[in-house]
Design a protein around this ligand. Structure first.
Ligand code: SF4
Length: 354
C-alpha cells in the first residue's frame, strides 16, 4: 500500500531521534502542525521549517548508518526483548529465513517471558453462531430492515465511525448474512438515519441494513445483542419503510439536563418572539454556514426547571447540534456545554406546536 514518503520521513525521524526532538515538536506545533496523520491537515513544509529552526537534520538522523553497539535513544526503556535476539532476527531476515510462532511451537528466546507471570497465552475460539444463510448462496434475495437501538452510558463516547465499525463487526460475529455493494471495493449495505455527535446519548437510533430474506426479525435482535458492548442495545427490528417514507423523517427530538442549573423560561420566550436567530457553523470545507435557528429549532419548551426538550430539523440540508442551541439561546459556556447531559429521545415526522 502506498504511504506518503514525507510522513514516512517523520515516522523514521521520531523512531530514531532523541531528546532534541522535543524542541522540534514544540516548534512544529507553534507553527500550526496538528492532526498530522490526516492528509488534509499535514503540511510537511511546516515540519521542514521547524527542523531548520531547531537544527534537526531529518536526512542525517534517518539515513546515518549505526553500529550495533551504539546506544539508542530509547535504550532506557526495557521492552524485555534482548538485543542479541534482535541481531539474530536481522541476520535471519537477511538470509530470508522465517521465525516460527512461539504460541504454537518452541520458545525462540526473545526474552519477554519469565514463564511464571508472563508467558504466551492463547484463548479458545468462542463457539460460532450458526450462519443465518440460505442454502443456495447464488440466488439469495435480500430485504431491507430497520434496526432500532439505544446508545447510552459510556457508549455515548463512541464516535460515528467507531459505532459503524462496532455494529458491522457485531453483524459479522452474529453471522448475519448482509448485502454488500457491488464492484471492486464491496462494502456492507448499512445506512444511518442521523449520525450522532460524540457525547450525546440516544434512546432510539435507527439504521437500515439489507439482509438475507430468510432471517427473522427477532433473530437479528437476539444475535446482535449478544455481540454488542455495554451501552449499545438493539431494541427492535422491523421491515424498513419505503425510501420516500424514510426521506420524510425530518425531525429529531432532544432532552437536555444540566446539574445545578435552572433553565430560564424568559430565554425561550425571547427566542420564540424573534424572527431571525442566526448561528454560524464551519462546514467540512472550512466555509461558514449561516443558519437561522428559527427554521431548525421547533417546539422548544421547559419540562421542568432543570430540563428542556426541543426538536431539531435540517434546513435545506443544513443542521445544527444541540450545543449550538444551548449556546445561542441560553448563553451556555463551552464548559456548560460539556457538562450538559444531552439525550436524543426520538425521531420522526414533525408535529408543530399550535
Ligand atoms: S515464548 Fe516468550 S520468550 Fe519465548 S519467544 Fe515467545 S514471547 Fe519470547
Amino acid at each position: 500500500k502506498w504511504h506518503n514518503p514525507e510522513t514516512s520521513a517523520l515516522e523514521g525521524l521520531f523512531a530514531r531521534g532523541n531528546r532534541q526532538l522535543s524542541r522540534l515538536l514544540v516548534s512544529a506545533h507553534e507553527k500550526g502542525c496538528k492532526f498530522d496523520s490526516w492528509s488534509d491537515k499535514f503540511d510537511f513544509k511546516l515540519w521542514q521549517d521547524a527542523c531548520e529552526d531547531t537544527g534537526v537534520k531529518i536526512e542525517y538522523i534517518n539515513k546515518r548508518k549505526r553500529k550495533f553497539d551504539e546506544p539508542l535513544p530509547w535504550d532506557h526503556i526495557d521492552t524485555k526483548v534482548n538485543k542479541d535476539f534482535l541481531k539474530e532476527e536481522r541476520q535471519r531476515a537477511e538470509n530470508l529465513e522465517s521465525t516460527g510462532d512461539c504460541r504454537s511451537g518452541d520458545c525462540k528466546g526473545c526474552g519477554v517471558c519469565d514463564f511464571k507471570v508472563i508467558k504466551p497465552r492463547t484463548f479458545k475460539e468462542s463457539p460460532k453462531e450458526q450462519p443465518l444463510k440460505s442454502e443456495n448462496s447464488k440466488n439469495i434475495s435480500y430485504r431491507k430492515l430497520k434496526v432500532s437501538f439505544s446508545k447510552t452510558g459510556t457508549a455515548k463516547y463512541f464516535g460515528h465511525l467507531e459505532l459503524v465499525n462496532i455494529l458491522f463487526r457485531a453483524i459479522k460475529r452474529a453471522n448475519i448474512d448482509i448485502k454488500y455493494s457491488q464492484g471492486f471495493h464491496p462494502k456492507p449495505k448499512i445506512s444511518f438515519e442521523d449520525p450522532l455527535a460524540i457525547g450525546i446519548e440516544s434512546e432510539i437510533e435507527n439504521m437500515y441494513i439489507a439482509v438475507n430474506h430468510l432471517i427473522k426479525h427477532v433473530e437479528v435482535v437476539q444475535r446482535l445483542n449478544k455481540q454488542l458492548p455495554e451501552g449499545l442495545e438493539i431494541l427492535e427490528c422491523t421491515d424498513a419503510p419505503s425510501k420516500s417514507e424514510i426521506k420524510t423523517i425530518k425531525g429529531f427530538a432532544y432532552r437536555v439536563r444540566i446539574k445545578d442549573f435552572d433553565f430560564d423560561e424568559s430565554a425561550i420566550q425571547e427566542f420564540k418572539s424573534q424572527e431571525v436567530v442566526v448561528v454560524e457553523r464551519l462546514n467540512k470545507k472550512g466555509k461558514i454556514n449561516k443558519i437561522n435557528l428559527k427554521n431548525v429549532v421547533l417546539n422548544i419548551c421547559l419540562t421542568s426547571k432543570e430540563e428542556i426538550e426541543f426538536i431539531l430539523k435540517p434546513d435545506n440540508g443544513k443542521t445544527v447540534r444541540p450545543y449550538h442551541v444551548l449556546k445561542k439561546i441560553f448563553n451556555f459556556t463551552d464548559k456548560q456545554n460539556k457538562e450538559a447531559c444531552v439525550t436524543k429521545i426520538g425521531s420522526g415526522r414533525i408535529r408543530l406546536e399550535t
